[in-house]
Structures are given as structure tokens and as C-alpha cells.
Design a protein around this ligand. Structure first.
Ligand SMILES: *[C@@H]1O[C@H](CO)[C@@H](O)[C@H](O)[C@H]1NC(C)=O
Ligand SMILES: *[C@@H]1O[C@H](CO)[C@@H](O)[C@H](O)[C@H]1NC(C)=O
Ligand SMILES: *[C@@H]1O[C@H](CO)[C@@H](O)[C@H](O)[C@H]1NC(C)=O
Ligand SMILES: *[C@@H]1O[C@H](CO)[C@@H](O)[C@H](O)[C@H]1NC(C)=O
Length: 359
């Protein structure tokens, strides 16, 4: 009996202790530094190639900088739904499982700076609606899949600096309604027709008060080193001509931000030192609808109206002619009818007179 009680009590005590640890002591994975006050686990600079197990589930901040992480198992963060800050900077990550962050509904800050990420899944950030800060700088991204930012209405700061981006699509960025800071510098931008719509978006973004660093062109050679925002819109007029050739497909790719009525802002800000070109804004955008198509539509409308008027006049004339002719015919018929009748009545009168005189 005496030997049983400690054996019985120890697991209970252990259980109680681990419960306590989870609640208040904030059990720390071995070799990491932990701060139970702000629920922070710091495993930075330990040369680790995998995420340690046993991270407390109530962890709010997990720092894993300067390690050798290259592969992330899909479920590695699945128990950390309280996580608000995750920093995996300065590792060797080259790809991220599509659902790696899908349980991190409280995440507000995600740092992936200085890894080797070459591609992102468009559903990667589908469940992190509270995310405010996302750093993807110093990676190998060659493109940003459209739709990846669709579920980030709270994102305020985004860095895509130092990647391999040549072009961006404006529709990818339009869902970022809270964005205030965007870093796009140090990428091999190709300032051609593909980037023209994004230039429009950048101008709208700046007008809205957003901060954006330099987007310096690498190609074409004539624009090398120039900031895309300073390149006059006229340089892209040839794109409209190209569009003309494909006019049926390009008519419907106009974006939303024209609601703000923005021709005035670029003028109201005093000209020279503003980043916004004097000749840009929303009405400008409509000008890119191919001119020849608009002309053709106008011609068709005018021709239609003229034809319509002529047709109506012809119908009216014809109707008038018909009515006139039938009236005349009727009149003549009646005239012919009436003359003999009148002769008859006169004859009758005479006859009556003769009869009465005879009587
Ligand atoms: C998450 O928690 C469950 C139950 O507590 C555990 O079995 C599982 O191993 C944990 N997963 C990770 C990745 O830590
Ligand atoms: C990027 O990470 C590597 C290794 O993790 C490090 O040696 C290098 O200094 C980092 N570069 C920057 C710019 O932070
Ligand atoms: C946010 O964290 C709390 C715990 O602090 C958790 O109960 C809740 O499920 C988390 N929310 C989401 C969306 O994951
Ligand atoms: C026009 O369409 C062709 C084929 O659909 C395409 O290869 C070309 O890039 C398009 N040009 C423009 C300017 O969109």
C-alpha cells in the first residue's frame, strides 16, 4: 500500500505540472529562449534545420531567424492558432506548402525575408485575414500569382524588394484596400506594356496616400535606371496601338479605382515635385480604349440615326402620298357621283314642279 501511493501520485503531479506549464510557466522547447510575459518563443541563430516540437500552443510570437530551415512540413504550425507574429527570416526555405499558414487565423505579422522562395501558391494566405505585415523581400520570386492577396483586407505593409520580378499585375494588388506601404525596389523590372496597368495602379495608390519605393526599370535599355512612375504615360501610347490589333480582348480589362474621380489630384498637388505625372489619372485610362474602335462605334451610331431619320421621313412621305391619293380619289369619285345626283334632284324638282303644275 505504501509503495503504491507515490507511484499513483507522481503521474497526477506530473500531469498537473504540465498543465501548469502550459498555462503559466510556458514550457520552452529545449535550447530556445522563451518569455512567458509576452508569450514569445525565440529559437533564432541555433543552426536548426527543423522547427522544434513542443512549442506551447498559446505562443503569440515565434522567432526562428538565422537558422538552416529549408523544408517546412505541412502541419508544423497547426497547433499554434494563437500565433500573431511569425519570423522565419534568414533561412533556406525554397517552397512553402499551400496550407502551411492555414491555421494561423490570428497572424498579423509574417516575415519571410532572405530565403530562397521561388514561387508562392495563390492560396497560401487564404486564412490569414488579420495579416497586417508581410515581408517577402530577398527571395527568388519571379512572379506573384494573381489572387494571392485576395483575402488580406488588413494588410498595411508589403515588401517584395530584391526578388526577380519583371512585371506585376494590377488585379493582384487591387484587393489590398488597407495597404499603406509597398516595397518593390531592386527587381529586374521590364517597363513595357505589361507593366503599364500596374503603373496606373501605383499612381492611384500614391494618390490614396500609399508609400511606394523606387520601381527602377531594367529594360528596355532606353529606360534603364528610370523610375517607372516618372516615365511619361505617352511612352506607352504604342501599347494602345498594339491593343487595337487585339481590340476585342482588351476592352474589358479596365480596373476599378476610377471611382475616386482622380484627374484633379495630380493637378492640385503642385506640379514639379509630385511623383504623379501631370497627365495621369482615371479619365486617361479610358483613353486607352482603342481609338479606332470608339470611332467605329460612333460612326455606326451616327449612320444608324441618319438612316432612321431618312426611313421615318420616307414612311411619312409615303403615308402622306397614299392618304393624299386616296383622299383625292375619293373626292373625285364623290364629285362624279354627286353631279349626276344633283342633275337627278333637279330633274325631280322639275318633275315635281311639272306634276304640281299639272295637278
Ligand atoms: C498538435 O497537438 C496534438 C494534440 O495535442 C498533437 O498530437 C500533435 O502532435 C501536435 N502537432 C504538432 C505539429 O505539434
Ligand atoms: C541572408 O541569410 C544568409 C544565411 O541565412 C546570411 O548569411 C546573409 O547575411 C543574409 N543576408 C541578408 C541581406 O540578410
Ligand atoms: C486566436 O487565438 C485564440 C487564442 O488566443 C484562439 O482561441 C482563436 O481560435 C484564434 N483565432 C483564430 C481565427 O484562429
Ligand atoms: C495580341 O494577341 C496575340 C494572340 O492572341 C498575342 O500573342 C499578342 O501578345 C497580343 N498583343 C497584345 C498587345 O496584347
Amino acid at each position: 500500500m505504501h509503495s503504491l501511493s507515490p507511484a499513483f501520485h507522481l503521474p497526477v503531479l506530473g500531469c498537473w505540472l504540465s498543465l501548469c506549464a502550459a498555462e503559466s510557466f510556458f514550457a520552452c522547447p529545449s535550447s530556445c529562449k522563451c518569455n512567458s510575459g509576452n508569450l514569445e518563443v525565440d529559437c533564432s541563430g541555433l543552426g536548426l534545420s527543423s522547427i522544434p516540437s513542443g512549442i506551447p500552443t498559446n505562443t503569440r510570437t515565434f522567432l526562428f531567424l538565422n537558422n538552416k530551415l529549408s523544408i517546412l512540413p505541412g502541419a508544423v504550425f497547426s497547433n499554434l492558432s494563437a500565433l500573431q507574429r511569425l519570423d522565419l527570416s534568414n533561412n533556406f526555405l525554397d517552397q512553402l506548402p499551400q496550407n502551411i499558414f492555414s491555421d494561423l487565423g490570428n497572424l498579423t505579422e509574417l516575415q519571410l525575408r532572405n530565403n530562397s522562395i521561388r514561387a508562392l501558391d495563390k492560396d497560401l494566405l487564404q486564412h490569414t485575414a488579420l495579416l497586417r505585415q508581410l515581408d517577402l523581400s530577398i527571395n527568388g520570386l519571379a512572379q506573384i500569382p494573381s489572387g494571392i492577396f485576395d483575402d488580406l483586407p488588413a494588410l498595411r505593409s508589403l515588401s517584395l524588394r530584391s526578388n526577380r520580378l519583371q512585371s506585376l499585375d494590377r488585379v493582384t494588388f487591387e484587393p489590398l484596400t488597407s495597404l499603406q506601404q509597398l516595397q518593390v525596389g531592386d527587381n529586374p523590372w521590364e517597363c513595357d506594356c505589361n507593366l503599364r496597368d500596374f503603373k496606373h495602379w501605383m499612381e492611384w495608390f500614391s494618390y490614396r496616400g500609399g508609400k511606394i519605393d523606387q520601381l527602377a526599370c531594367t529594360l528596355p535599355k532606353e529606360l534603364k535606371g528610370k523610375d517607372m512612375r516618372m516615365v511619361p504615360m505617352e511612352m506607352f501610347n504604342y501599347c494602345s496601338q498594339l491593343d487595337d490589333e487585339n481590340s476585342s480582348t482588351v476592352l474589358d480589362n479596365t480596373g476599378p479605382p476610377c471611382t475616386k474621380g482622380s484627374p484633379t489630384p495630380s493637378k492640385s498637388k503642385s506640379g514639379p515635385e509630385t511623383e504623379v505625372e501631370p497627365s495621369v489619372g482615371c479619365p486617361q485610362k479610358q483613353r486607352y480604349r482603342p481609338v479606332s474602335v470608339r470611332r467605329a462605334i460612333g460612326t455606326v451610331i451616327i449612320a444608324g440615326v441618319v438612316c432612321g431619320i431618312v426611313c421615318i421621313m420616307m414612311v411619312v412621305a409615303a403615308a402622306y402620298g397614299c392618304i393624299y391619293a386616296s383622299l383625292m380619289a375619293k373626292y373625285h369619285r364623290e364629285l362624279k357621283k354627286r353631279q349626276p345626283l344633283m342633275g337627278d334632284t333637279e330633274g325631280e324638282h322639275e318633275e315635281q314642279k311639272q306634276i304640281s303644275s299639272v295637278a
